[in-house]
Design a binder for this molecule. Sequence first.
Ligand code: PLP
Length: 317
Amino acid sequence: MTRFDAGPLPPLEELHHDPQRYPEGVAWLDGQYLPVSQAKVSVLDWGFLHSDATYDTVHVSNGAFFRLDDHIARFRASLDRLRLRLPYDETGLRRILHNCVALAGHRNAYVEMLCTRGTSASFSRDPRDADNRLMAFAIPLGSVANEAQMARGLHLAVSDIARIPPQSLDPAIKNYHWLDLVRGLYEAYDRGAENVLLRNIDGDVAEGPGFNVFALVDGTLLTPDTGVLPGITRRTVLEICDEAGLPARAQAVSMKALKGAEEVFITSTAGGVMPVSRIDDEPVGSGRPGPVTARIRERYWAWHKDERFAEPVNYGR
Ligand code: PLP
């Protein structure tokens, strides 16, 4: 068995030929590897028509996956809860993810695994008739915050749009129900902010488009405990705090606590630990990224070299 054995392999130069200027990357779809620009989904797929899909995103940093086991475990839990079935076992899935990165040749990548309900030949309205579809892709690693925002902190607005409540959709199932988040983003742009935080239906802080949030309140780091995706980066921050003896916990975070916080940062696989310096046009603490945020960010990237969490990409050469 060769290392690249999860489907037929096209020549490398074909995978990098990208006439439409999509991000350079490689996708795996319907049993083959393709340039990411050519990986197309059927218009009849339930994933497209009804957002009936789940996904997970892991990153590769300096040639190694970070916490791949945890991302795969979260993906599998989401699949189970949506009654989606993969045509591959754990080894097959892992191999596809490694192969996408290896074929793309990226040392730093954003790697997504996703499964849609799929299509049924008869266009049946019964989801049990659909053939579930696994896809994956690797593209260059991006970040929620750009370099300038990382240096001076992000400017956020808090929206009045409530995040979809857990009574409607368990947020632990990673999903593409993003209309609340996207509407919130436009509201934030209209108010001169760069990104948005949504609240839960009780009015407490929830999360933003693709990130969790932390607030340093009276020396303790707080992160919302309900109505949010339990992010792997959020978990990493809680574990870093535990190891370093920094008080941190998940609990309800009121708007008052957020607005009075000494420091605020957001967390995501896309960017890690990112400082926030203004909320609703008011400075957070000193108005500059704070020392606790900097310390956690430094530990977060140090943990990427820790063999408990780093899995080197099998580049096959
Ligand atoms: N919250 C939402 C809604 C997300 O979509 C994401 C990631 O995409 C996160 C939080 C952060 O999760 P993670 O740290 O696992 O990337």
